[in-house]
Write a protein that binds this ligand. Structure first.
Ligand code: ZN
Ligand code: ZN
Length: 419
């Protein structure tokens, strides 16, 4: 096969994350991991590839994700595989497969990693995107809902996000939702023709999805449709009231948004979302909800109610102030071959002590220019004379001040300047 010599670029809708930008990603993930730890969540890593039917069954056959957006392909043995478009179905699969229901207490699992959806490319949307998410499996308690929501707000705050709004809703359960959906279907019949094409289809196949529609002209009609909160059964109403009470206890502010039904079929009772003003129309930073029947629909013999969320990490990183990238502590300028070998050992010992060190070869003038461009705080000049005398010239780049230091004095100097 002959390959043309054109440049190969990253696949459309994907991107490279480069330093120092990746520092922001790591900072957000560090904060998230610390919060997960505090709430007793453990990390789960599931495969990127799953059998296609996991998502067809777990996410819902009439969702945009499953209908239009999955990366699905036939493996060489003919089985149909899909790059995970979200991770809740995979986590529940793993929960069932490894009998995590037999472990003590509520299973609290978190994940950080890439998901894949073939969406129309637009600003801030990627076909490989990253989610930070968690699932609490094995409890129906509304207090767990509130704790999960509190935790996610904690993560956003520690990541540095400000000016966000928490939206909550209840979407009912298998008792009350079917009746509500029928009411919705009936109410849609006379008005469906005036709605957008997607809504006309949804009015028949999945009326709840109509409530999600973002088309401006549809909004006055949708606003007049029956409100799900007027149609909850007693158990769902009691649950929702308790969730709100627990959120009030914790001093968490929220807005009840009855039209928020979320894009995935498995949600029931509590759903929530956090929106952020800084991102225009596409402003949802995270979404989550309860999914008490999901494990059973994936074959679990045990009732395994759960609640979870996923944060859009791409958007979160974009929305928080950039971190100061960690500066280079020291640039070493070895003058000549013996000095280069000496410098390598100096650098190794300083690096073991936690300093970030770069060795630059070349003329001293060029090295000093490079050290400035790299943002090095100090440059250490190492020549034959310095090695013989055991004293080196340490130059502070910001001030230009230069002093003589012994080998043992270098690390303390770097450390003192850092603090
Ligand atoms: Zn519409
Ligand atoms: Zn209900």
């Amino acid at each position: 096969m002959v390959f043309p010599t054109t440049l190969i670029k990253a696949v459309k809708g994907t991107r490279d994350l480069l330093p120092p930008f990746t520092e922001n990603w790591n900072a957000v993930e560090r904060e998230a991991r610390a919060v997960f730890r505090a709430y007793n969540y453990g990390e789960i890593r599931t495969p990127i590839l799953e059998e296609t039917q996991l998502f067809a069954r777990g996410v819902g056959a009439d969702t945009d994700i499953v209908n239009k957006e999955m990366y699905t392909f036939d493996d060489r043995d003919g089985s149909s595989l899909t790059l995970r478009p979200e991770n809740t179905a995979s986590v529940i699969r793993a929960y069932i497969e490894h009998r995590l229901d037999q472990r003590p207490g509520v299973q609290k699992l978190y994940y950080i990693g890439p998901m894949f959806r073939r969406e129309r490319p637009q600003a801030g949307r990627y076909r490989q995107f990253y989610q930070i998410g968690a699932e609490a499996i094995g409890s129906e308690s509304p207090a767990v809902d509130a704790e999960v929501i509190e935790m996610v707000i904690e993560i956003l705050g520690r990541a540095g996000l400000t000016g966000f709004e928490l939206l909550i809703n209840s979407v009912g359960d298998h008792n009350c939702r079917p009746q509500y959906v029928e009411k919705l279907r009936t109410a849609l019949e006379p008005v469906a023709a005036s709605l957008c094409g997607d809504c006309q289809r949804r009015a028949v196949t999945n009326p709840l999805r109509v409530l999600d529609c973002k088309v401006e002209a549809d909004q006055p009609i949708i606003d007049k449709l029956p409100n799900i909160l007027d149609h909850l059964c007693d158990a769902c109403r009691t649950h929702f009231d308790a969730v709100k009470r627990h959120l009030d206890d914790r001093g968490l502010e929220y807005t009840v948004r009855p039209r928020m039904v979320r894009g995935l079929d498995y949600y029931m009772r509590t759903t929530f979302e956090v929106v952020h003003g800084g991102l225009g129309a596409q402003n949802s930073v995270l979404g989550g909800g309860r999914y008490d029947g999901l494990a059973e629909s994936l074959g679990s013999k045990v009732h395994s109610p759960g609640i979870g969320f996923s944060i859009g990490e791409d958007r979160l990183v974009m929305s928080v102030a950039a971190r100061e990238s960690s500066a280079l502590d020291l640039c070493i300028a070895p003058l000549g071959e013996p000095a280069l070998r000496h410098a390598a050992l100096l650098a190794r010992d300083l690096r073991r002590g936690g300093a970030s060190v770069e060795i630059a070869e070349g003329k001293l003038k060029r090295i000093l220019e490079l050290a400035n461009k790299l943002g090095a705080r100090f440059t250490l000049i190492v020549g034959d004379n310095e090695i013989n005398a055991g004293r080196y010239a340490l130059k502070e780049m910001a001030t230009g001040r230069q002093e003589e230091v012994t080998r043992d004095e270098i690390a303390p100097k770097l450390g003192a300047a850092r603090n």
